[in-house]
Ligand binder design. Structure first.
Ligand code: IVH
Length: 691
């Protein structure tokens, strides 16, 4: 049956359905403002699929049922992509494989590439386009009828991860292509998401302030920020995008790469800066461009790891074709890696907030990728031993982004005379207290007397996740400790305006602001306060558990290891650390001083264990469907209060909870005279026990 034999009503209905589905796709993915529910959408989709199954000749490649990629996959999911899976991004097949590039490192290799190309195309000279090779994350972006409708990561080239809302947050201004006249039905654009260096540095600073892990380089930061289930996080990260290819178009593609990028630019899609790309007549110009970019590399506000060399003519590209994973018409001409050799002049140790000693190598200054490096971290004692780094050794150092450089390896010099292996000092270099070893890390034991630990401890106490005292940055804290204004945490609440005014960088206004911030921190929540004390092994999560289990700081002063270990998630290490902290008289003295100075840690009215007692030993039976909570959640909430849920009614049943359409258990309850609760009564019971 050809389409002309299909009854007119069916043809009209199919057209209608397609138009509706296209429209709803645009509303949902383009604007994020759907007009119909997911199940209504599914109904339309199913109606179209059924008709197409009945009349296969009516199927067209651009039907919403046919598109591989970012939209067709949605029909079988009744939830929007961000919540389709709570733990992982949804996978989507790409329309076309996303190829990667072969790399070359030397001019000789580039000449060889050019020679092969010329031979195969039987051409004297080739026109190339050269662009920066952005060090980011490859993405594809789909526009339908000129509207952004979907985006995905490269993944393995065949299948990527659906990140539509995340890409939307980056695109904000470019969601709608600026095309006058004929708008292509569907285009798939490829580009790179990356993080500019100043934004990378700001992000890492922010993460440090929040006590979170920082990213090793802008690439990881871009990837971590983009591949988020919560697109709000992506939106907060100032990611940049540049597009360099039009992979698919329902209209004919421009005949050169340069024109393709120009078209994207004209449509309002971000493309590489014209000052950083060019058409080269022949391979010599390519090599000159590479040299020029290498020189410019350090002045660019983003990381590039080479240039990409592409044949400009699409006909030539098609003639050369591709291998299994990379095109034969393009190569990445990489820059030499940012690693350099230097020598270790000394190994010193620095002391952090927890007392952990970090060995640091002091290096003969060396320029690595445009930045002079004179220190590199050796992380911990075990790492020094593993890399066998000693004073006087020659080492290879690497710099990635703006992070502290790393020693990659030691280089053996034949016949060299080496110093003895690095030894951990027995006494803390800052306070002379004894040093102890815990696994790979060595610690200073002078928790309270060590000024290095005190500085770190104060910064932690004041950090956002703890007491959130604005204005207590590293420089201020360091001065406060060095001038002996702050000898322990309680001294923060004794600070005077005059003391602050005597510090570098303080004036009337900043001193008043800091004093007011300190005053405002005097009624901290228990969990934040516990976290802020910097007790070993007590992070946010453990602090929250302790707070809800014990409810008041005083209770923790006398807690035993056994009591602590009875709590879920608290193991012997944490328990021991908490008990030791509160057993230390000097710690308790500081807490008492704080109290006297007006610090009132908030108590929690009813702790987990008290709540758990409320329904202790009582058994419950459900019958019928609950409307506002699932059976599973209701069970969990009862159990949290100490209740038990059983399946049959007996004399020992405390309550039968009756939902919609109850079964015979209700009759049984009546017969045995067991109390019956409807859903509202049940929720009331949970509330009474829960707060
Ligand atoms: S073109 C078929 N152009 O480099 C052509 N890629 O090692 C494929 N990249 O996965 C890519 N800047 O993520 C191209 N100007 C540029 C690029 C670029 C960065 C990345 C891209 C790709 C990787 C290949």
């Amino acid at each position: 049956m050809s389409p002309s034999d299909v009854p007119l009503q069916v043809q009209t209905r199919i057209d209608e359905l397609r138009e509706q589905l296209h429209r709803h796709n645009r509303l949902y993915y383009g604007h994020g403002e759907p007009e119909i529910s997911d199940s209504e959408y599914d109904k339309l989709f199913k109606a179209l699929r059924d008709l197409e199954e009945q009349y296969p000749d009516m199927v067209t490649p651009d039907s919403p049922t046919q598109r591989v990629g970012y939209l067709a996959g949605q029909a079988d999911v009744s939830l929007p992509p961000t919540v389709a899976s709570a733990t992982a991004l949804k996978k989507v097949p790409h329309d076309r494989q996303l190829l990667s590039l072969d790399s070359v490192l030397s001019a000789d290799d580039v000449f060889a590439f050019d020679k092969r190309v010329r031979k195969e195309l039987d051409a004297e000279q080739i026109e190339y386009v050269v662009e920066p090779k952005y060090d980011g994350l490859s993405v594809v972006i789909v526009y339908e009828d000129g509207m952004f409708t979907g985006g995905a990561t490269r993944g393995d080239g065949q299948t990527g991860e659906l990140i539509t809302p995340n890409i939307r947050s980056i695109l904000s201004r470019f969601q709608c292509l600026k095309i006058e006249g004929n708008v292509p039905r569907r285009v798939v654009v490829r580009g790179e998401v990356y993080l500019r260096l100043p934004d990378f540095q700001a992000l890492n600073r922010q993460l440090t302030e929040r006590g979170e892990k920082t990213f090793a380089n802008p690439r990881n930061a871009a990837s971590g920020s983009l591949r988020q289930l919560d697109a709000g996080i992506t939106a907060s990260r100032l990611l940049a995008l540049t597009c360099y290819d039009l992979m698919v178009s329902s209209d004919p593609l421009p005949r050169t790469h340069w024109e393709t990028v120009s078209a994207l630019h004209a449509w309002g899609v971000p493309v590489p800066d014209p000052a950083q790309r060019q058409v080269c007549e022949g391979i010599e110009e390519v090599i000159a461009f590479h040299r020029g970019m290498l020189e410019k590399r350090e002045t660019l506000p983003f990381e590039i790891d080479g240039i990409v060399v592409k044949l400009n003519s699409r006909d030539f590209q098609e003639q050369l074709g591709e291998k299994s994973r990379s095109p034969r018409w393009a190569v990445a001409f990489k820059f030499p890696p940012r690693k350099e050799l230097t020598t270790v002049q000394d190994i010193v140790v620095s002391v952090g907030r927890t007392g952990a000693l970090t060995p640091i190598a002091l290096l003969t200054p060396v320029e690595v990728g445009g930045v002079t490096i004179s220190r590199a971290t050796l992380h911990n004692v075990e790492e020094v031993a593993r890399k066998d780094v000693r004073v006087g050794d020659t080492v290879k150092v690497e710099r990635a982004g703006d992070v502290i450089p790393d020693i990659v390896e030691r280089i053996e010099i034949p016949g060299e005379q080496r110093a003895g292996p690095f030894e951990v000092p027995r006494a803390c270099p800052v306070c002379q207290s004894a040093v102890v070893r815990e696994g790979p890390v060595s610690y200073c034991t002078g928790q309270i007397v060590c000024s290095a630990q005190l500085k770190g401890g104060i910064q932690h106490f004041a950090s956002k996740g703890a007491l959130n005292i604005e204005g207590l940055g590293e420089k201020t804290v360091s001065q406060l400790v060095d001038k002996f204004f702050v000898k322990d945490l309680s001294d923060l609440y004794r600070l005077t305006g005059d003391q602050l005014l005597s510090l570098d960088g303080f004036a009337e206004k900043s001193a008043t602001q800091l004093l007011s911030a300190i005053r405002q921190s005097k009624t901290p929540a228990l969990d934040r306060f516990l976290f802020g004390l910097g007790i070993h092994h007590v992070g946010h999560h453990v602090a929250q558990i302790l707070a809800s289990e014990f409810g008041a700081l005083e209770k923790l002063l006398t807690v035993t290891c056994e009591e602590l270990q009875d709590i879920r998630d608290i193991g012997p290490e944490i328990a021991q650390s908490v008990v030791s902290f509160f057993a230390e008289e000097r710690n308790v003295a500081v807490l008492t001083d704080m109290k006297v100075l007006g610090v009132t840690v908030q108590t929690i009215l009813r702790t987990t264990s008290e709540r758990a007692g409320l329904l202790k030993g009582k058994s419950f039976v459900f019958t019928g469907g609950l409307e506002s909570v699932s059976r599973q959640e209701a069970t969990q909430r009862l159990q949290a209060l100490g209740g038990r849920v059983t399946s049959s009614v007996s004399k020992r049943t405390a309550y039968v909870i009756v939902g919609k359409d109850p079964g015979s258990k209700l009759d049984e309850a009546k017969r045995l005279g067991i109390s019956v609760l409807d859903e509202a009564g049940f929720l009331e019971l949970l509330r009474a026990g829960g707060d």
